[in-house]
Design a protein. Structure first.
Length: 272
């Protein structure tokens, strides 16, 4: 099993370069960062985590700037999004950003994707929440084409462009892994259609998780990788996830100033 952290990197927490360096020094294998471009002042969509939206949701740095800064000061740390809100991003720009990150990190980029929960945020980007899942699938397929085809083109319901050259191409072959977030009834369809693996958020029912992982791999006909996002710092949780068939654990790292983050990383490192 591999170990990393998932976190919100903000303007009032530890900096991305300092975080990346600290993770690699302590033996962690990956850093996955969250994304919110903004939070509308008038918010109607309920946050899945409770009533009050935490401060760090309002203050995230751009994920690809963050991950580039972390990659520049490390040699082995995998750098990924957990998750990139693809329904709020132009697919051509997204393809270039991730390929550039993969290039400067020498093949360490991972694109974790999802549709998100904040409908007001989506609408500010011109996205209709009712069609966001179809939009997500198309944009991921378009990104994959841009990474792998010399003269890429795409003609869909939402994404449409004639043949284009897009460089750089990713370093990793055939391209950076695309991990699909979510746990809804259509998630596995999406993983099998456009993804390379599954990245659910941690839950308590590991018996059900194990059954779902087996179902996904049976449908795929191979061992698709599973990365568990937002795992608490408990040895029993790690053991249960290992038993369920999870390949990588991402510990939930609180957003704290540098001293507090380093202390928390020391505590998490004891579980590796």
């Amino acid at each position: 099993m591999k170990f990393g952290v998932s976190t919100f990197v903000t303007d009032d927490g530890i900096g991305p370069a300092e975080l990346g360096r600290a993770l690699e020094e302590r033996g962690f294998g990956s850093l996955y960062v969250a994304e919110h471009t903004h939070i509308p002042v008038k918010r109607e969509s309920p946050w899945p985590g409770g009533a009050d939206l935490p401060r760090w949701y309002y203050r995230t740095l751009d994920p690809f700037v963050t991950l580039t800064a972390a990659a520049a000061v490390t040699e082995r740390l995998e750098v990924g999004t957990g998750i990139a809100l693809v329904v709020q991003r132009d697919p051509i720009i997204l393809a270039k950003e991730v390929a550039s990150l993969d290039r400067v990190s020498n093949g360490r980029a991972v694109l974790g994707v999802g549709a998100g929960w904040n409908r007001e945020e989506m609408r500010n980007h011109g996205t209709d929440p009712r069609t966001r899942m179809r939009l997500l699938n198309e944009r991921v397929r378009a990104v994959r084409a841009l990474w792998t085809e010399e003269e890429a083109e795409f003609h869909g319901e939402f994404v449409d462009f004639d043949p284009v050259f897009l460089y750089p191409k990713p370093v990793r072959e055939p391209h950076p892994p695309i991990m699909i977030g979510g746990s809804g009834p259509t998630t596995f369809d999406r993983v099998l259609e456009v993804g390379d693996g599954w990245m659910p958020i941690y839950g308590r029912d590991t018996d059900e998780l194990g059954a779902r992982i087996r179902e996904l791999r049976e449908r795929a006909g191979r061992r698709l990788p599973v990365t568990m996002f937002g795992v608490p710092a408990k040895a029993e949780a790690v053991a249960e996830l290992d038993e369920a068939g999870v390949d990588q654990v991402l510990f939930n790292l609180k957003t704290l100033p540098e001293d507090g983050t380093l202390a928390e990383l020391d505590r998490l490192a004891a579980l590796l």
